[in-house]
Write a protein that binds this ligand. Structure first.
Ligand code: A3P
Ligand code: MG
Length: 364
């Protein structure tokens, strides 16, 4: 018998960090202006170092040069599944055995970096709710996300200023990224949030072999830069800080998210623009992902990376114990409600099913 719930308190996870292998890039893909999948690097962008006090105007273009991704279209895991099919023979060759029953024989989990970030942050985000749908198919656990009712309501009732703030994040990227290796950023162009470049990485956490995708903002343009993902750069914006309370909130919540997101993908550098209320970037600071945990150490109510990694490892073990039925139409829904532990329910042939028929057919 195993426990039917998983604790989300910090205390059970305060032990040595579990082994987390280096992230190795297995491949990449791009999403174009209409969010169509391309098995190439066409959306790769190149980092151009900004001034320390650049005064970028993030409002520029919001009303006339912004094409916003339709957030009602939920892609589940479709893009990484498309990538898997495009790489099926390569993935099969990776396995030593002469008889391989599945292209994914080397992996236990397929998911996305965003879903894992939510898991990592859970012990420190008591109010955050999530629902993760898991299907076991040919021995591999696919982890998808189901938008909670609260998240859906929040998204549909965003204020205009929240919407504009989201634009500001993309606009910051445009001020810093060039489309070509020898190019310059073009802030007069259109911001289209459909466009994206994704890295697909392989790694191992404890005995869990993982394959997941994550969006990459840009890369170091120096041809001598280390191989991906070590050459990648994450871009972020955050409000200018004036008080100790603001700094503490930034350390406790934002740096935790930034660290988790970049650490999972093996992105070593985060370039942050601090903006004022008028949407001007007043300063820029670079964070080394590996050094972020030290910045919050000793902070009252800080966070510890090993708690995040142990919780993630234990969550994946919990999933392996609970998800027994190997069937593409069966979903085990793992839910974390505010201030609660993780619980699960089982759904057969329900609207939660997410593995597309084209994928199941091609893999069978
Ligand atoms: P910032 O996080 O820098 O403000 P990422 O940093 O993960 O690459 O995301 C890039 C940008 O996407 C974010 O920039 C933010 O502007 C935007 N974004 C998209 N969807 C969002 C959402 N649901 N909530 C907040 N920001 C979102
Ligand atoms: Mg970013």
């Amino acid at each position: 018998m195993y426990a039917a719930t998983l604790s989300t308190r910090k205390e059970p996870y305060e032990r040595c960090s579990p082994p987390f292998k280096e992230r190795v890039e297995e491949g990449s893909f791009s999403l174009d202006t209409e969010r169509r999948f391309h098995h190439d690097k066409s959306q790769m962008r190149y980092f151009v170092e900004p001034d320390k006090t650049p005064n970028f105007d993030l409002r520029n273009g919001y009303s006339d040069r912004y094409i916003k991704r339709d957030e009602n279209v939920r892609k589940n895991l479709e893009h990484i599944l498309q990538w898997i099919l495009a790489n099926k023979s390569k993935l099969m060759q990776r396995t030593d055995a002469s008889y391989v029953s599945s292209a994914l024989a080397d992996f236990d989990f397929v998911t996305s970096r965003g879903r894992l970030t939510k898991v990592l942050c859970t012990p420190y985000e008591g109010q955050t709710e999530w629902s993760l749908a898991v299907t076991k198919f040919q021995g591999v656990f696919y982890i998808n996300e189901v938008e909670t009712e609260n998240a859906c309501r929040g998204r549909q009732n965003r204020t205009e200023s929240h919407e504009e703030n989201i634009y500001w994040g993309y606009k910051f990227e445009q001020y810093i990224c060039a489309d070509k290796v020898d190019g310059e950023p073009d802030s007069t162009g259109v911001v289209n949030s459909n466009e994206a470049f994704y890295s697909v990485v392989r790694t191992r956490l404890s005995d869990h072999r993982l394959l997941y995708s994550g969006e990459v903002d840009c890369r170091d343009k120096d041809p001598k830069a280390p191989a991906p993902p070590a050459c990648y750069v994450e871009l972020k914006t955050s409000g200018e800080m004036h008080t100790e309370k603001q700094r503490s909130k930034f350390h406790r919540f934002k740096l935790l998210k930034w660290w988790a997101q970049s650490f999972l993908l093996g992105v070593p550098r985060i370039v942050a623009g601090f903006k004022n209320d008028d949407g001007l970037v007043v300063s820029v600071r670079t964070y080394q992902t590996a050094e972020i945990p030290q910045l919050v150490q000793g902070e009252y109510l800080g966070w510890k990376p090993e708690v995040c990694m142990n919780f993630c490892s234990d969550f994946l073990s919990f999933v392996k114990r609970v998800v027994i039925e190997d069937d593409p139409h069966v979903v085990y829904l793992f839910s974390r409600k505010a201030l609660s532990d993780v619980t699960f329910t089982v759904h057969r042939n329900s609207s939660y099913s997410f593995l597309p028929d084209w994928y199941v057919k091609e893999m069978s």
